[in-house]
Design a protein around this ligand. Sequence first.
Ligand code: FES
Length: 141
Amino acid sequence: MLKFVKVMDEEELPPGKSAIISAGEDEIALFNYKGKYFAIANKCLHKGSPLGEGRIEEGVIICPNHEWRYDLETGYCRQNPFMKTKIYPVRLHKGKIRIGLEVLEKDAHLKAVGKGAHKPPESLKFKIPTIQKPINPDETL
Ligand code: FES
């Protein structure tokens, strides 16, 4: 089941910045690229380097290690169109960034009610996101 979970405030991630989010066993690289948010698996398909530390050129995230390239919108690898990394849907709601995550069956019944509205399900243990240095040349105009 897909559940949209709040990960951070919009104002914490200005254009040109990225954050690495831990959700359960997954690490997700979240980018603000020209005012639009993109979430992609933080692990390069080549040798696993963190894509959240890469740079973006014309909508393509470039791995910081050996420069494999992935389309931010689709996750397709530019070096090999048969390879695709995982992308996550992102929504904005009242100034909060939410990422769509698969949750365990046991948490499927959880609803956002009252004070529990901002609590992620138990199966998703979040670490504090880490803001990376702005290294997107498209953003440093
Ligand atoms: S680890 Fe990403 S290109 Fe090699």
